[in-house]
Design a protein around this ligand. Structure first.
Ligand code: SAH
Length: 352
């Protein structure tokens, strides 16, 4: 049987374990500093803690639970890992380099249950939630790809899965990073992206931790959104906007709306007008994401001039608009693509 994952423990829980083992709770900080700061890959190197405690750690906990089954590097400095956990589950995580920024994109679930029709992660359905330690492991694995002087500066929770559907494990992981001995990455440098689950958005707002919130809108009206984001049928755009407005009011953090631009589906001038009317005056920011084409899915990326017009119309409504730069275009870097490719290869290999 495999050992439990050390990073499933919060700082406090690790301190309690150290107290029970050797009567020294403060050893937790040292252990965490080795893991999060000094990129240790096993307990043996933790030379400032006793041989006895190191032995007990190795007998009780695993430092990593995954194997790297694929590591891709793009010419633009983007790197992508496909991790395989002990139960054979796969998740993806991405490292993006831009100037001094080192942004990590992490997954929260194996697969996804939201079923957005343009997304590769949804194609295989939902398998399970990741644990706190499995979420943190993506950061640790990525951190170990960096040069000695490089540090992770930002985290976007925009990988596989719906973060709000795994909120307790995600929040425990993110909080742990900012606690003593963690990576020192605070709430302002973390963005959580959601399909838009109003109750969960309110729950997060009530916690008073001021993460950046990104809401995946993708359509200016419910009729279209229902066809692109199936869970919308039982939620509806008005409820999402109300929850997001409340998030802004309570946290003071301006909400970003993500909008995947799908050629000839949601990229017309009329739709831009409707979107502009919907978001103006909300203190919102819109991030247009040109569709990252997935060969199995019938959606194209927007053509240049339509996208330019779309942006101009939104700006005319006074809505701050950015267009997401493509990163890692040469390495299947879109959400879920690498896992999909890997699973397809396994399936093909299994055909007798
Ligand atoms: N479940 C969360 C996180 C998903 S991934 C959410 O819905 O926000 C982060 C963003 O990537 C979402 O806005 C998602 O809709 C978008 N996305 C998914 N597939 C995409 C694709 N093929 N091209 C461009 N963006 C995509």
């Amino acid at each position: 049987m495999s050992l439990p994952l050390l990073c499933d423990l919060s700082r406090q829980e690790l301190a309690e374990w150290c107290q029970a083992e050797v009567g020294q709770p403060y050893r937790a900080e040292q252990i965490r500093r080795w893991i999060f700061g000094k990129r240790a890959n096993d307990f043996e190197v933790m030379t400032d803690i006793s041989a006895l405690l190191r032995k007990r750690l190795a007998e009780t906990y695993a430092l990593f639970a995954s194997e790297i089954v694929s590591h891709q590097r793009s010419i633009d400095g983007t790197e992508k890992l496909l991790l395989e956990f002990r139960d054979g589950s796969h998740v993806e995580c991405v490292l993006m380099r831009e100037g001094d920024r080192r942004t990590i994109c992490i997954s929260t679930q194996v697969g996804c249950g939201m079923g957005c029709v343009f997304c590769a992660s949804g194609m295989m359905g939902f398998k399970r939630n990741l644990s706190t330690g499995e979420i943190l492991e993506q950061l640790l694995r990525m951190d170990r790809l960096l040069d000695p002087e490089e540090r992770i500066t930002n985290i976007v929770v925009m990988g596989m899965g719906e973060p709000m559907a795994n909120l307790p494990n995600l929040l425990k992981a993110l909080a742990s990073l900012d606690e003593k001995g963690g990576m020192g990455i605070g709430v302002r440098r973390i963005t959580i992206s959601t399909v838009g689950l109003p109750d969960k958005i309110r729950e997060l707002a009530a916690l008073g931790r001021r993460y950046n919130l990104a809401v995946s809108l993708h359509a200016p009206n419910d009729a279209l959104r229902n066809t692109l984001v199936p869970v919308n049928e039982r939620i509806g755009i008005p409820a999402i906007l109300a929850a997001a407005d409340e998030y802004f009011d309570r946290t003071g953090r301006r909400v970003t709306y993500e909008y995947v631009v799908l050629r000839d589906v949601n990229d017309s001038a009329e739709q831009a007008e409707e979107l502009g009317r919907l978001l103006k005056g909300r203190g919102a920011h819109i991030n247009l994401i040109p569709m990252n084409v997935v060969s199995e899915l019938p959606f194209g990326d927007p053509r240049g001039e339509r996208l330019t017009t779309f942006v101009e119309i939104l700006e005319r409504h006074g809505v701050a608009t950015t267009v997401r730069k493509r990163k890692g275009a040469d390495i299947d870097a879109a959400c879920g693509q690498l896992r999909l490719r890997h699973l397809q290869q396994l399936e093909t290999a299994n055909i007798p």
